[in-house]
Design a protein around this ligand. Structure first.
Ligand code: HAM
Length: 419
């Protein structure tokens, strides 16, 4: 039996990478004053049918539960967030700045960068209509990428504005019921042949191509870039009106992050959705909102391919998995003294392991090396003294057992909170 197509097993090394990614996500979110929330994995099917748009609805994992209720595994977080905020926003000061790291499920064709489950870092800012909120969201998206060691030579955030296109549609007298369809054609314009796009656009083809080829000007996007310039982040962004996003609920600024080489799928995407909460609450709550999500799959690929980011990740993962101390029991008579000491060391937050059953001393040292321990502490003939051995240098020192903790505090690279 294997895992289902598009689903991953997380062996310890994979889990360590995932923890590394989650830790960076959490750390940067908190730096920006975002707080963590979560919602249910399973939702009423209609929440997504009404709110996510046809692209995602085709990919839903939906079924009838034992009570006959039509339900779906969450393919994205935004409808759940909007539902939660519509119900509870009075309890929170505005703007609401929330993040979460949920697992998502989409029945897509598994391929590079696209699986049937993925984790997604979502950051949303609710209750602020000013462009400064969009700047803040794009800035955090960039800073998250920077936290992984990525630079403006590695990643680019392409920014656009749906309002720009809506104004254009109005100027072209395009009936409103066709707006979404034309936006979807523009969204695909990069991935599909120009002739096919031209055919779908009909009379709009010429003016649309003029804009897509660089002819569009947006004062709002200019101000957005200036906002990022003030933060020294403008080199990471590029105005690109080809970005309109596949999801139906976006109303204004939209953006997507990509690798600069253009080899991978989007790393992150988001934008403003000022009407979603209003629509979901049938008008009871009305709050401007914006946000984005970054998936772990494409990001993980990029981190493996980028030399600097990869080295940073490897070092962090090794540090995460490494033991501090391995207690070597050289004389079985000392086992109970060793176990008492191990308990004290673990209480002091050191990462400690030892052989659970009688084992040859050589084998114990081998285990210490394999587990990445920095120091071995040997309980043997020297009792009531113990031998501290730094494994990298082979340097040894005898210390009285009761002074062990005080001696270990002198090793700054050990992870104990007490040191
Ligand atoms: P999205 O563009 O559908 O946006 O997804 C965001 C990111 O999740 C993508 O850029 C990609 O990295 C990752 N992702 C999506 N689908 C898959 C998949 N099948 N396999 C692996 N990774 C995937 C949203 O979901 C919006 N709800 C984001 C948002 C939050 N907008 C406002 N707030």
């Amino acid at each position: 039996m294997q895992a289902l197509p598009g689903f991953r097993d997380f062996l310890p090394d994979d889990c360590a990478v995932r923890s590394y990614i989650f830790a960076r996500w959490r750390e940067v979110a908190r730096r920006y004053g975002f707080v963590e929330y979560d919602g249910p994995v399973l939702e009423d099917l209609h929440l997504f049918v009404r709110k996510s748009g046809p692209e995602i609805v085709k990919q839903l994992y939906d079924f009838a539960d034992k009570g006959g209720r039509a339900v779906a595994l969450r393919p994205e977080m935004t409808p759940t967030l909007a539902r939660m905020v519509a119900a509870s926003h009075r309890d929170f000061r505005k703007p609401i700045k929330w993040f979460c790291i949920p697992q998502m499920f989409r029945y897509e064709r598994p391929q590079r960068g696209r699986l049937r489950e993925h984790y997604q870092f979502n950051c949303d800012l609710i209750g602020e209509a000013a462009l400064d909120a969009d700047v803040e969201l794009i800035a955090i998206c960039i800073d998250v990428l920077r936290a992984f060691g990525l630079t403006a030579q590695d990643v680019v955030v392409r920014i656009s504005d749906r309002e720009f296109w809506i104004d254009f549609f109005r100027a072209q007298n395009l009936p409103q019921e066709r707006w979404q369809e034309v936006l979807e054609v523009i969204d695909k314009s990069e991935r599909e042949p120009r002739e096919k796009i031209a055919e779908q656009l009909g009379q709009l083809a010429r003016p649309v191509f003029e804009i897509l080829d660089g002819g569009g000007r947006s004062e709002k996007l200019q101000r957005l870039v200036e906002g990022l310039q003030q933060r020294g982040l403008a080199e990471f962004v590029r105005v690109d009106l080809r970005i309109v996003r596949g999801l139906a609920y976006y109303t204004g600024v939209v953006f997507e992050a990509f690798d600069c080489q253009g080899k991978l799928r989007a790393i992150a995407g988001g934008g403003r959705y000022d009407n979603l909460i209003h629509q979901l609450s049938d008008g009871a709550a009305s709050l401007p909102a914006g946000g984005f999500a970054m998936g772990d799959v494409v990001l993980g690929e990029l981190l493996r391919e980028n030399a600097t980011a990869h080295a940073q990740m490897e070092a962090a993962v090794a540090a995460q998995q490494r033991l501090d101390l391995y207690v070597v029991i050289a004389k079985e008579e000392r086992r109970s003294d060793a176990i008492a000491a191990i308990q004290c060391l673990r209480d002091a937050s050191y990462r400690v392991d030892y052989a659970l059953t009688p084992t040859k001393v050589g084998k114990q040292f081998q285990a210490a090396e394999q587990l990445g321990a920095q120091v071995a502490v040997l309980f043997g003939d020297e009792w009531p003294q113990v031998k501290i051995k730094v494994l990298a240098t082979r340097k040894e020192q005898l210390v009285p057992n009761e002074e062990l903790l005080a001696h270990l505090a002198r090793f700054p690279s050990l992870s104990s909170l007490s040191s």
